[in-house]
Design a protein around this ligand. Structure first.
Ligand code: JB3
Length: 210
């Protein structure tokens, strides 16, 4: 069954991309909720209020939500809040992404144009697989993790909840990135990265804590 009208949370740059993905997949975008409820449009979608509107939207016929906010912790919290308000999370998957038929997807996931998700990978709720990123076979991308544009993850890579892989970073096969870790842009991960660590460079080295 196709999703009904979708409310999008967040009115920034990420929301612009997501709204266009939702429309390209045939979804109706009902409107946008933002912390700044000033009436305006986001790629022609109206900002209709802030999150206080969530509770009433189901009665207005809205059935689904998408959390279009890049902050991983906030996206996870808002996703669960939207579900508690009775809204289902929809996925925003570009028609120009390649998702293996054996890959498993949760809900509330953004998969941008040019992204590739290979065999038997597991992408959990509220993750972002950004423009042109590659998740090779048997990858595990946990809840609300963000794999930025141009990342390349070889086979059997695990990315923990709310972790962030910066633009163009790469990970060799079998490595684990811990929960809430941050990998800097262009880094090359050849060793496991501990939870909440900040790692950067080629090869990536832990330089601090997030
Ligand atoms: O790297 C790429 C390709 N995209 C980034 C994306 C994944 O994350 C992008 O470059 C940014 O780094 C970021 O995009 P985002 O989240 O759109 O950033 P920003 O432009 O700051 O927009 C965040 C929006 O969320 C703002 O309009 C805030 O007012 C809004 N916001 C903040 N807290 C909230 C809340 N909106 C709602 N509904 N609820 C909140 O609690």
């Amino acid at each position: 069954m196709s999703a009904g009208p979708v409310i999008v949370l967040g009115a920034g740059g990420h929301a612009k991309v997501v709204i266009e993905l939702l429309r390209a997949s045939g979804h109706e975008v009902f409107g946008v909720l933002d912390a700044d409820p000033t009436p305006r449009t986001v790629v022609d979608a109206p900002v209709i209020g802030d999150d206080s509107r969530l509770e009433s939207l189901k009665a207005e016929g809205v059935t689904h939500a998408f959390i279009a906010i890049g902050d991983n912790g906030l996206r996870l919290r808002l996703g669960r809040k939207a579900q508690r308000a009775g809204l289902e999370l929809v996925n925003a998957v570009s028609p120009f992404a390649r998702v293996s038929p054996s890959a498993r997807l949760g809900v509330g996931i953004a998969i941008m144009a040019g992204a590739v998700i290979n065999a038997e990978s597991d992408i959990r709720d509220l993750a972002i697989i950004n423009t042109g990123a590659v998740i090779d076979h048997d990858g595990l991308i946990c809840e609300a993790a963000h794999v930025a544009p141009g990342c390349a993850l070889a086979g059997d890579v695990t990315v923990g909840q709310r972790a962030f892989l910066g633009v163009g970073s790469s990970v060799i096969p079998g490595r684990h990135i811990g929960e809430d870790a941050v990998v800097g842009a262009g880094a090359c991960v050849v060793h496991d990265i501990p939870a909440s660590a900040l790692a950067m460079g080629v090869p990536a080295r832990v330089t601090g804590r997030v």
